[in-house]
Write a protein that binds this ligand. Structure first.
Ligand SMILES: [Fe+2]
Length: 559
């Protein structure tokens, strides 16, 4: 049985029954037990039963931890390290999972925020925990597993931080190792490969976990959650970082490579089935000492939209041993803010406009506005916009997330809608697409019906807010035509990104389901399914123990 050096799985003292498989003897089931009351306050016998997936390929499953033997956590489970490296089992479903829903929802995110007694500081520092929900014939098999990045394996082996995470930096043993670390930083060797941000399915079927560093591109098996190995880019484009959110379709993968030396961005494409990125074009920055942070970007049918935020990368902050208020970034309002538009086919810049200052991590979608003759007159690009306020980054420090005392401290956010004209005007607009009070002035972690990627669309799904709160705590469906939102809320819940899966054959944009994973204040957690149209709950399935908050997901249909 696998061991876990970071948490107290060895203290598992089983009591009630669960069935797990043994890798060394796939057909032989091992009876292990669980703590009573781990699953439900009602302690329904049915709720206490968790069974394994009857698959001969299934790896050894670690038994569930004994809840009573865990230290009493005062923190919300959303901000508490995952209890063990891996688990897999069938969940009892309350409600009904649509029979058409056949596939695996994968969600990636930072789920382990400590090494031994050393606690990380920022949400984004955590080692990647991949969670899966496999839906088939109305049943739900769930599981989670740590991604075996070099950073994670080295931390486990050496019992200390060995790579530079988002805000954490390894402590040099002496001056010589400090010099060595600086050299490694310039070469990228000391940057993390902790792929804790997103997960994508390439057109050729490979599933890759990603983060901001290029080396943190890791191929995983969507069924077993095994780490298969590093995704090696075969080109010579170089660079250390990229957008954490490439645009992925069945035919291509588009991303941005920021150029920190000569401020700008390479817009690149990788065709499905290859590992080679090819340059579509380059955008030079118009302001500031460095490119703006490009965590994500949108596309339309014919154009790539390249944002240039005043929140810019900062090479000096990358070198610092201690985190600065904006971590690896700096806020340069004097450098202004811009949006550039590049033709996908020619690589030519067709618009580059100054826009009001903005702060966004996640673009929702973009599309082309056309006149009656079908000519493109402007690009509309929507994002989760934080009112040009960078304080959200610091609100995501674990200390702040864990110290909610009822005060309303979540900074306001909105659906920011850019209009980038094609008439040569030097300025673009940025306005709220709907009244932010519709979604509690919280807005982040968005998804849309992927059929509408780059096209005129009506609905977005995201996390909103019911105040007071210190973190987005609702799921919201935004209607961009009616300018209304429907909100799902449960006291104490921290929901992760609502992910839309369309019903096969659907003709309506919102015909499908929305999947989210909920971490509850009482330590529980469950998978939640909402109807994409009514936005009402259709099913939930409780995990054996609450999982930490996670970031982004993808859908892998069953074959
Ligand atoms: Fe993200």
């Amino acid at each position: 049985m696998a061991s876990l050096s970071f948490s107290s799985i060895s203290r598992c003292l089983p009591q009630s029954t669960v069935t797990v498989s043994d890798k060394s003897s796939p057909r032989k089931d091992i009876v292990c037990s669980l703590a009573k009351g781990n699953f439900s306050r009602k302690r329904d016998a049915r709720d206490l039963t968790v069974t394994n997936v009857a698959s001969p390929q299934m790896p050894v499953i670690i038994p569930l931890p004994e809840k009573e033997n865990f230290p009493r956590e005062r923190n919300h489970v959303a901000w508490t390290s995952v209890r063990q490296e891996r688990w897999e089992g069938e969940l009892v479903v309350q409600g009904q999972i649509p029979l058409w829903l056949s596939g695996t929802y994968l969600r990636n995110g930072p789920g382990l925020w400590h090494i031994g007694d050393y606690n990380f500081r920022h949400l984004f520092d955590g080692y990647a925990t991949l969670v899966k929900l496999n839906f088939e014939n109305g049943r739900l098999i769930a599981g989670h597993r740590q991604i075996e990045s070099e950073a994670y394996k080295a931390a486990k082996k050496n019992k200390k931080l060995c790579y530079r995470e988002f805000s954490e930096v390894p402590k040099p043993d002496n001056f010589l190792s400090y010099i060595g670390d600086l050299a490694n930083l310039f070469s990228g060797a000391s940057l993390t490969d902790n792929a804790n941000t997103g997960v994508i399915k390439l057109g050729d079927g490979r599933v890759v976990c990603l983060t901001e560093t290029q080396k943190g591109s890791i191929i995983i098996d969507p069924n077993t959650l095994d780490t298969i190995g590093k995704f090696e880019y075969s080109d010579t484009l170089g660079g250390l970082i990229h957008s954490a959110h490439p645009i992925v379709t069945d035919s291509e993968f588009l991303t941005l490579l920021p150029d920190l030396v000569n401020p700008g961005y390479l817009v690149v494409r990788m065709e499905q089935g290859t590992n080679e990125r090819k340059v579509i074009g380059r955008v030079s920055c118009r302001g500031g000492p460095a490119p703006g942070w490009v965590h994500s970007f949108p596309v339309t049918e014919h154009y790539v939209v390249v944002p240039e935020m005043s929140l810019r990368y900062c090479a000096q902050n990358l070198l610092r041993a201690e985190p600065t208020p904006l971590y690896k970034f700096e806020w340069h309002p004097d450098s202004k803010a811009f949006v550039h538009v590049m033709c996908k086919a020619s690589g030519k810049l067709v618009a580059s406009v100054e826009v009001p200052l903005y702060v966004t991590f996640h673009f929702i979608n973009a599309y082309e506005e056309k006149d009656e003759d079908g000519r493109v007159t402007a690009i509309i690009a929507d994002c989760c916009e934080h009112n040009a306020d960078t304080t959200i980054l610091d609100k995501l420090r674990l200390k702040n997330l864990r110290s909610f005392n009822g005060e309303d401290v979540l900074p306001d956010a909105r659906v920011g809608r850019f209009r980038i004209p094609f008439d040569g005007s030097p300025y673009g607009k940025l306005e709220a697409a709907l009244d932010p009070d519709e979604h509690g002035r919280g807005m982040d972690m968005c998804s849309i019906n992927p059929t509408y990627l780059g096209k005129k669309y009506r609905y977005a799904y995201a996390c909103g807010a019911q105040r007071p709160c210190n973190f987005p705590n609702t799921l919201t469906k935004v209607d961009l035509v009616e300018k209304k939102a429907k909100n799902w809320y449960e006291e104490g819940a921290v929901p992760s990104e609502p992910f839309f899966v369309a019903r096969p054959g659907a003709t309506e944009e919102d015909d499908g389901v929305v999947i989210s994973m909920i971490s509850q204040r009482n330590g529980d957690g469950y998978a939640l399914l909402l109807d994409g149209s009514t936005f009402e709950e259709i099913a939930r399935a409780k995990f054996p123990y609450g999982l930490p908050y996670g970031l982004h997901g993808c859908w892998v249909p069953n074959k």
